[in-house]
Design a protein around this ligand. Structure first.
Ligand code: FAD
Ligand code: DHB
Length: 406
């Protein structure tokens, strides 16, 4: 049996685990990352692309934003299309904050390179991860490391292993409460080798379903279609995908979408989930391991980064001066932000998607909400503050001084 010792054992090398390990490393705290998948797999996994300004700033402060600053596409507004018309929501004019389009897999590559350069131990292709002694001073992870049985003992375990990971499932029954909501539709997402059709994102609401035009670079487009919850990919040949995107994103019946070879495709379930608390004993969960949102508002990665910022600060306080206060507050403060993200994701999901159970009445309500958003500056500002992440930042600042809100 191979035995290793570190300060924080991190399960999962997604954005949460890698960023946590990197931030801890910069503060002199040792960690070991164990990841089930191969490095090539995590570096290629196409997922999120919209980074809030606060996430960009965190990556910049962490010294991993060189490529992001060169290649990220800064956005100041998006387009909303419904009833055949197009409207712009100028979120930067309304809030002062921007967003940035930069692929999650690029963030992951940047973080892996930074960890490598710092000599931080990271293991990929690790099987059979299990966690033990969670409520003792020496929690442990057992696993198969490079083909050999191994045990890694730490002062803490960070569960950054995503929604389907092992950490949350290993906590004792009854130690947390789960809140969950499953939507009756999914998103089919494609990555296409074609220049984006517009500079800004287009959220398209159509009676046939929602469609989103997004991008990753000046030559790569990312597009999504609302589809049925169990839709087999085989039912969606390329021509059907493009035809549906053209129809749902048309303006006054005019179709105008750049089309090109599809590089990858996948179907994503639409689900909300929160566990409370996000901690048990010396195990702290962060990112998708503790909560997920439907992708509509692009909050998942940004909420994960917010968790990690706070968890890194809490570990730093613990190791620098032995104060456990921030670790004890991690779940409470984090959950306030998480629920803010949940609420806005639910609002945006119901604003943009026709539900299978909707009748003519619900369709009219959605239309009224959309009209309000593009005609009332007050409504657009409130929406934009949540979209760019300003509302959450304000909540976090207030929580620091008013614990009754927690
Ligand atoms: P993950 O990225 O899931 O990483 C967890 C890691 O743990 C994985 O590498 C996994 O292999 C590993 N792991 C799992 N089990 C084990 C185990 N037993 N042992 C060891 N390792 C394990 N968010 C946004 O903010 N903006 C967007 O635009 C956006 N768009 C999205 C579009 C799509 C199609 C999808 C699917 C998601 C989107 N999201 C978006 C959400 C975002 O991708 C996630 O919130 C983000 O990946 C969370 O990061 P994480 O590190 O917490 O979890
Ligand atoms: C993307 C995904 C979203 O859910 C969103 O609201 C905006 C952009 C994207 O993957 O590009």
């Amino acid at each position: 049996m191979r035995r290793l010792r570190t300060q924080v054992v991190i399960v999962g090398a997604g954005p949460s685990g890698l960023l946590l390990s990197h931030l801890l490393g910069r503060r002199g705290i040792a960690s070991i990352v164990v990841e089930r998948r191969a490095r090539e797999y995590v570096e290629q996994r196409v997922r999120a692309g919209l980074l809030e300004q606060s996430t960009v700033e965190l990556l910049r402060e962490a010294g991993v934003a060189d490529r992001l600053d060169r290649g990220g596409l800064v956005h100041e507004g998006f387009e909303l299309r419904f009833d055949g018309g197009q409207h712009r929501v100028p979120f930067t004019e309304l809030t002062g904050w921007t967003t940035c389009m930069y692929g999650q897999q690029e963030v992951v590559k940047d973080l892996i390179r930074a960890r490598e350069a710092a000599g931080g131990p990271m293991y990929f292709g690790v099987d059979d991860v299990a966690i033990f002694d969670m409520d003792t001073d020496s929690p442990r992870v057992t696993c198969t490391l490079e083909g050999e049985a191994a045990e890694i003992v730490g002062d803490f375990i960070a569960g950054c292993d995503g929604f389907h990971g092992v950490c949350r499932r290993s906590l004792p029954a009854g130690s947390f409460r789960a809140y969950e909501h499953v939507y009756p539709f999914a998103w089919l997402g494609i990555l296409a080798a074609v220049a984006p059709s517009t500079e800004e994102l287009i959220y398209g609401v159509h009676e046939r379903g929602f469609a989103l035009h997004s991008m990753r670079s000046p030559s790569i487009s990312r597009l999504y279609l609302q589809v049925g919850p169990e839709e087999p990919l085989a039912d969606w040949p390329d021509e059907r995908i493009w035809a549906e995107l053209r129809t749902r994103l048309a303006v006054d019946g005019r179709e105008g979408l750049n089309e090109g070879p599809i590089l990858s495709r996948g179907v994503t379930a639409m689900r909300s989930f929160v566990m409370e608390p996000m901690q048990y004993g010396r195990v702290f969960l962060a990112g998708d391991a503790a909560h997920i949102v439907p992708p509509s508002a692009a909050k998942g990665l940004n909420l994960a980064a917010a968790d990690v910022r706070q968890l890194a600060a809490a570990f730093t306080a613990q190791y620098a001066d032995g104060t456990r206060e921030l670790l004890d507050r991690y779940s409470r403060d984090g959950l306030a932000a998480v629920w803010q993200g949940q609420e806005f994701s639910a609002v945006m999901t119901s604003l943009l998607h026709p539900f299978p159970t909707d009748g003519a009445y619900e369709a009219r309500l959605r239309q009224a909400r959309l009209r309000d958003l593009v005609t009332s500056r007050a409504s657009a500002t409130a929406f934009a503050e949540s979209y760019v992440g300003l509302s959450r930042a304000r909540l976090a600042a207030t929580l620091a001084t008013d614990p009754r809100l927690g």
